[in-house]
Ligand binder design. Structure first.
Ligand code: GDP
Ligand code: IMO
Ligand code: MG
Length: 420
């Protein structure tokens, strides 16, 4: 076994970065394959917190090489700033950070289009995006007007492509403005030149040699462009199938799939959320879990664990094992609920619906389990967890028919319980 996928299986922010960071201790490579700087990935090591947006979560280990595959969209300005901040903290990326030249570039125009559509009063379905330009960049990629990382190294071609891109959006841009944009891109692209890597050749060769590779997901299954709660989704595929497309490796080379699930559900932005809590318990979870977006600072909506949505995610991704995170946040609740069925228009179903209307109308059916009061943040062994916490974990295992192999009881690396 030499490759492991670590994937968010809810609406994002499942603590993927923490799990990647913990597993990357023994890894040679951490590869991102989709998304962009819409991601906010938090790592806490010895009380020190680092939030990553585009750089993979292996960067804290000197020997781990971090890679962005072709499926990622790269905002060169934001990435440059992120790298500068990392360097200021003594984290060096040279010779250990690479980007596939095929990766598409997020330009200022993409962010403008993203914000414009989100702020436009005529828009009846605001997504609540991160306004990082992700949707417009993937749209331009599909429409074949997008700019790739490799295009930054051919100035004449870049100018031609940029002119074309503005034309495709029916926008005027002067020659002077194009020159200015190209100049600012050129400055960064000089710095980024050593990052260029033919990721498919490299990663396949490393896999064959037996290297330890982690594929790091961003966002979560329920935000997938097809399998999520469309249109309240991100614009990339967030599921395991996306790994193969997003870095040029066969599905046969994904050996282990770890699904990251929070011990409850959270969502930032608009869209259906069947188990959302609007009461004091929801507020308590938000406060105890510090549930405020890592990228935008927005308060996250919180709700009970939804086993229907979770099973759907596990099925689509082919999850082998579960990393259950933020269990400590539930400490102190008298009882804890898990959704085990949906009632939609009077009919009971165990299937996650494909349409927003059904999801908005569904009434969750719950089981209720006893909570625990103990502080669990210092517990290192599974057996030392309170009886009711173990009962909660084992109920999730039973409902999902999957093993919980990792339990996270706090943000720090060392607040992690591995089960044999
Ligand atoms: P990601 O996008 O999936 O990597 O997750 P985020 O970093 O956006 O959000 C997860 C948040 O939970 C971060 O603030 C983490 O530091 C924090 N966190 C991770 N694991 C735990 C845990 O087990 N308990 C608590 N209380 N916080 C955690
Ligand atoms: P990580 O990797 C949580 C959400 C946004 C919005 C929708 C579309 O940290 O889990 P976008 O900017 O992608 O067009 O926004 O997706 N979203 C996330 N929610 N975690 C994320 O990333 C997210 N990235 C995007 O809030 O609802
Ligand atoms: Mg996040």
């Amino acid at each position: 076994m030499s490759s492991t996928a670590v994937l968010g299986c809810m609406f994002g922010d499942e603590a993927k970065a923490k799990i990647v960071d913990v597993l990357a201790n023994n890894s040679d490579f951490v590869v991102r394959f989709q998304g962009g700087s819409n991601a906010g990935h938090t790592i806490v090591s010895n009380g020190k917190k680092i939030v990553l947006h585009s750089v993979p979560s292996g960067i804290l280990y000197d020997k781990t090489v971090c890679i962005l595959g072709s499926g990622v969209v790269v905002d060169p300005f934001a990435l440059n700033e992120e790298i500068t901040q990392l360097e200021k903290q003594g984290i060096n990326v040279s010779n250990r950070f690479f980007i596939d030249p095929r990766a598409h570039i997020v330009l200022p125009i993409h962010q403008e289009l993203d914000s414009k559509s989100e702020n436009d009063k005529r828009n009846r379905t605001k997504i609540g995006t991160t306004k990082k330009g992700i949707g417009p960049t993937y749209a331009d990629k599909s429409a074949r007007f997008g700019i790739r990382f490799s295009d930054l190294y051919n100035i004449d071609y870049l100018k031609e492509r940029l002119t074309n891109l503005y034309f495709s959006h029916h926008l005027e841009i002067s020659k002077e403005e194009i020159d200015k944009l190209v100049e600012s891109l050129s400055e960064i692209s000089k710095k980024f030149e050593p990052f260029k890597m033919q990721v498919p050749y490299f990663i396949n060769e490393q896999y064959e040699k037996g290297a330890d590779i982690i594929f790091e997901g961003a966002q979560g299954t329920l935000l997938d462009i097809d399998y999520g709660t469309f249109p309240f989704v991100t614009s990339s595929h967030t599921v395991s199938g996306s790994i193969t497309i997003g870095c040029g490796i066969s599905p046969k080379k994904i050996d282990r799939i770890v699904g990251v699930f929070k011990s409850y559900f959270s969502r930032v932005g608009e869209g259906p959320f069947p188990t959302e809590l609007f009461d004091e318990i929801g507020n308590t979870i938000r406060e105890q879990g510090h549930e405020f977006g890592s990228t935008t600072g927005r308060p996250r909506r919180c709700g009970w664990f939804d086993a229907i949505a979770a099973k759907y995610s596990a099925m689509i991704n082919g999850v082998d094992e579960i990393a259950l995170t933020l269990l400590d946040v539930l400490s102190g609740l008298k009882t804890i609920k898990i959704c085990t069925a949906y009632i939609i228009d009077g009919k009971r179903t165990l299937e996650f619906p494909y349409d927003t209307n059904s999801l908005n109308n569904c009434v969750p059916e719950y089981i209720e389990l006893p909570g625990w009061n103990e502080d669990i943040t210092k517990i290192k062994k599974y057996d030392d967890l309170p009886k009711n916490a173990k009962n909660y974990i084992e109920s999730i295992e039973e409902l999902m028919d999957k093993k919980v192999s990792i339990v996270s009881v706090g943000p720090d690396r060392n607040q992690t319980i591995f089960r044999s």
